[in-house]
Design a protein around this ligand. Sequence first.
Ligand code: AMP
Length: 399
Amino acid sequence: MIILILNSGSSSVKYQLWDTGGDGMLAKGLVSRIGIDNPLLTHTARGKKYEFSPGGIIDHNTAVKLALDALVHPEHGVIESVEQIEAVGHRVVHGGEEFSGSALITDEVIAAIERCIPLAPLHNPPNLMGIKACLKLMPGVPQVAVFDTAFHQTMEPHAYMYALPYELYEKYKIRRYGFHGTSHYYVAHQAAEMVGKPIEELRIITAHLGNGASMTAVKFGKSVDTSMGFTPLEGLVMGTRTGDMDPAIVMFVMKELGLSPDEANNYFNKKCGLLGLSGRSNDLRDVLEGAENGDPRCQLALDVYSYRIKKYIGAYAAAMGGVDVLVFTAGVGENSPYIRQRSTEGLGFLGIKIDPAKNEQAVGIKMDISAPDATVRTLVIPTNEELVIATETERLVKQ
Ligand code: AMP
């Protein structure tokens, strides 16, 4: 099945075209600077990159149209006509409590995604713009929404409730939702395959360490706890997000720096994490380089980052009554032997022990990096959220 996958953000639309029956991904691209000046399309097919600047200011509708034009372009295209696209799969950030799985898009599904806008005011509106653009440009082509939150809907109240007055949950739906669900789902299933056991028999901890980062406890195939919360701000130290901290710091910083609620939201999401601690960069590679050159703040950032991961491993082992598999994925998880080593050192008491040589070797590849005497299998698995979206889209369309 030929499937278009769309990830529509506020100022960009990422797309991939997949042939699920044959070659997998056929082409991918990004339309950036939507709603700003100088929009740019970057399209990659058959290993070749093509760039196009349409000029002016474009909206999401035009951005999707540009992507479709690139896909059918006589030189850079991979299909002859848009009619060959049989379905569209959309990444949608927040499905709230409305969605515990992917959904075929209908008017009712659109209305439910709209009801979740207060929970993700920056993400759901552009996601909906992408959906509406496709409905207009490809009428009659089935579309599917795959939610970042859906996999975590199996969490029980003791894991998802905050100790706030209950009315806040009833009135505003304040609870833990969790994100990166598609990635945690994918790597947990891949992990079960790698260790050759049914997922229903495994207690898996998945660590998605990208610029945004989260960990999940996947017990017998179900997410039972996850580190991101009501928003993606909670949990691990990230590129620019604080992760866990005393909530009283928020009021203190607002008062001292004179920040409005919106400014504070921006501050804790964009100025903290690795960037804030190191004072250098949100990119782990730069922080690693700084630490190697003796910068103590970069070293401190790495120490705090790794220690937080280790604490969550302990917490999730406790939450599941043990752990069988630990998985590292996403930019940092797939590529940084240093972080994998630092965040697992001293965890031999849990049975987690990695082989130093294998750990060094596992860069951007699927690999078991456990030491021979480890009782927990530690795996590096490249994530593939687009593959899940393509598979889910095909499954729902064929139902
Ligand atoms: P993602 O959000 O999954 O694309 O991950 C992006 C992050 O992965 C970047 O900000 C880097 O910090 C990190 N990253 C990518 N490649 C490497 C690498 N070779 N070594 C360490 N970190 C890396």
